[in-house]
Structures are given as C-alpha cells and as structure tokens.
Design a protein around this ligand. Structure first.
Ligand SMILES: [Zn+2]
Length: 413
C-alpha cells in the first residue's frame, strides 16, 4: 500500500462531514490536482467524543460511495501508541506511530554505541544536496541517539505489533511533533537512519517544526526560518531515501493543528521547486465549520452554537488542559457569554471564521471553540440532530473551508 504524492488528512470529530470534506477533494481533482483523502482521528478525540475507531472507517466508506470516488483513500489511526493501537488495527490502513513521549528517554549504551558505529562514515563534513554541508561529529551521532533512538525503537515495537496482527500492507507514519523541541534537518536525517535500522518502512514522518502550531489558528513564528527549515527537511528526506533505502515515496507529514495559512505558500513553492510530495493533517477546522454553519442557519442552530460558546467559557480550564501546549488564549480577549448571546448568526460566524482580514475575527474565541468540542459531544443527540437539520448550511462551510482556504492555497496559483 503506497501513499500518493499529495495527501490531505481530514479530521471529523462528529463523523457527519465525510461527504462535504470529500467534495473539496473532488473539486481539486476537477481542477487537475490529485489529492488522496485521508480521514484521521486520534484516540484522544475518540475518547472525548465517545466514538469507536470503526465509525471513522464507515464514514470514509460511505462518503466514497456517495460521491463515487474511484481513487484511493485511507483511514488514519492518528497518534496511536502501543497502549491504544489495538482497537484501530482492523479498521485503519494508515497508522501514525506516536513516539513523542519516548523522546529523550535513554536507549541502552550498547544500542547507542551500535548506532554511532553503524553511521560513523558520516563523521566529517556531510553534504546534503539541496541543503548544504553539515559538520557531523561523534558527539552529533551520540546526541541524536541519546535523544531519539529510544523513541524510534518504540515506533518499531508498535510497527511490529501491528504487522503481527494484520500484515505489513499499511502506511506507517512516525510522528515526533508532540514534543518540546523542534528537530533540525540534520537530526531528521539521522532519525531516518534509525528508522531504517529499525526496519520501519515509513512513508511519512511528522517532525516538530520551528514556531508555534496552535490549534485552529495561523502559524506563530518566523516564516522565513520555517521556510528554510522546511526546504532543508525536504533535502534531508530525499538524501535519506537514497542513503538508507527508505521507501521512495517517503515524505513530510505536517501536523498543522489546522489553518497554518501563512506557511502554506512557502510549502507550496518548496514542493513545486523540488517535486516533493506532502501529507497535510488537519483536524478541528471541520468542527469549527460545523459551528459556523449552525450559527448561519439561525434558529436552533444558532442557539446551540451560542450554548457551546457559553459552556466552553465556563469550563475553559478543563477543556484547555489536554491541549495546553498547543493553544495560546488570552482570556481578556474573549467576549462574555452575554455578548455572544446578543450576536446575530452572521456576527458569530464572522468572529469564528478564519478570515484574518475580517475585523470581527477573534483568534482567542476560535481557539477556545476549537477545544470546546467536548461540550457538543455532551449535548449528544441534540447536537447530532442539529447537524442533520442544518446539513446544507454546515456542509457548504465545510467544503468551502477545505477547498477555498486550504487546498487552493496549498496547491494552486
Ligand atoms: Zn500531531
């Protein structure tokens, strides 16, 4: 099973927008851009919403049937670990092996020495075509091994555990994005060496990039610095493929936290220049479009959207806790529940919709609602029946968001 050059990961917390999401990919195909849709949902999301992994497979299959999608598509067990993978094994064909927690854990001294010995030929000035020359010392190799070897070994354990149960016909991704420090392109090269040593035929790798990837809002950081790192990462991957015999289609996976519009153009330009592929993962952006659609629909839809905000505000600390490292909310910039309750549907939609040119757009409100999906989950049937009742308003926003703001910016002129 081979992941194509461009693929787009779409999260859908409440499992009702598969068709509207796929429609954006269909629009791209009609415009001449082939993108493989991937539906992703993490164990954390399943637990918060109260869904089983198999429900995502069903959603993907149903969407594909409904729109008669003839090309490939995948279902991603996002950020799974050895402890959480089992209930994903049968229904997923893309596994994101999360080893963030093992970064910095010590591998054995023998394993570290063996790694340094195996890759000793790179000590000296190492040229990575397209990125430049890097000085590699024994300490460089030891440093990478000490920080990342145990994490890669952990990925190997999860990988083999999946293979034992279902064979090797799936797409493995190794993710290191949920950790403190970004990885440099040189570290990435040697992490890929360790991945190859471990026998993981990784097709995508998700590093942590420089800058802040807060949930649902734009990139915060130095775009030029990001651009340089991204370019060097592409070069390091291309070099690692030839040096270590990794799969030819190995590519970066960008866990975007959704909506990193200011780095989309640098990414697009780098892909065009190098011919590299990419996997972009988004998650909560679709849930926020549901709220926008409900608000625009008015009536009970708007009532629910307002209630979600009021309850999210009330339970802000608890909702934010699991996402503490990937949100930056300034509570002083949040409107009160009374204020939001006085808004029209249009005002609500404009405050939430990710249009930075709109003076009503509020990125603090957007981040809070991003993590507020638990509130909607607790509404249960009331929320699901609103999604059905106001389906056309919601679907219009879901498709337009992915197509107009994400896919066009990433892949088109
Ligand atoms: Zn991630």
């Amino acid at each position: 099973m081979k992941l194509e050059k461009y693929s787009f990961g779409m999260g859908d917390r409440f499992l009702h927008q598969g068709v509207a999401q796929l429609q954006a990919i269909v629009n791209a195909k009609k415009a001449g851009i082939d993108i493989t849709p991937v539906w992703n949902k993490s164990n954390r999301e399943h637990e918060i919403v109260g869904t089983e992994p198999v429900s995502l497979r069903k959603e993907a299959n149903d969407a594909v049937n409904k729109l008669d999608w003839q090309s490939s598509y995948h279902v991603d067990a996002d950020h799974i670990t050895l402890a959480t993978v089992d209930r994903f094994v049968d229904c997923s064909d893309f596994f994101t092996l999360d080893v963030g927690d093992a970064i910095g854990e010590a591998a054995s001294d023998e394993d570290i020495a063996a790694f340094v010995g195996r890759h000793g030929k790179y000590i000296g000035n190492m040229h990575i075509p397209g990125a430049g020359t890097f000085e590699v010392t024994k300490a460089t190799l030891e440093g990478v091994a000490k920080t990342f070897l145990k994490a890669v070994q952990t990925a190997g354990v999860i990988y083999r555990h999946i293979v034992e149960q279902r064979g090797a016909d799936f797409i493995p991704e190794v993710s290191m994005d949920e950790t403190e420090n970004p990885q440099t392109p040189l570290e990435m090269f040697f992490i890929l060496a360790a991945i190859a040593d471990e026998g993981i035929p990784a097709q995508t790798i998700a590093p942590k990039f420089t800058g802040r990837f807060n949930k649902g809002v734009d990139y915060v950081g130095d775009v030029e610095q990001f651009e340089k790192e991204f370019n060097d990462d592409l070069a390091a991957i291309a070099f690692a493929i030839t040096e270590f015999g990794l799969p030819e289609n190995l590519k970066l996976s960008i866990h975007s936290g959704s909506d990193k519009f200011s780095i989309y153009r640098p990414i697009r330009d780098a892909l065009r220049r190098t011919g590299a592929g990419v996997h972009i993962k988004t998650a909560g952006t679709t849930w926020l479009e549901e709220l926008i659609g409900l608000a625009e629909a008015g009536g009970d839809g708007l009532v629910i959207a307002k209630e979600v905000y009021a309850k999210s505000l009330e339970h802000m600390d608890a909702l934010c806790a699991p996402y503490a490292t990937v949100i930056d909310i300034d509570a002083d910039q949040l409107p009160t529940a009374e204020t939001v309750n006085s808004w029209t549907g249009e005002e609500y939609a404009r405050a939430l919709r990710h249009n930075q040119a709109d003076p009503l757009y509020n990125l603090h409100l957007r981040q809070l609602l991003h993590v507020g999906y638990k509130v909607a989950a607790q509404m249960g049937d009331r929320y699901y029946s609103a999604l059905r009742e106001f389906e056309s308003d919601v679907a219009r926003n879901v498709t337009e968001n992915l197509w107009e703001r994400h896919i066009k910016t990433l892949f088109m002129d």
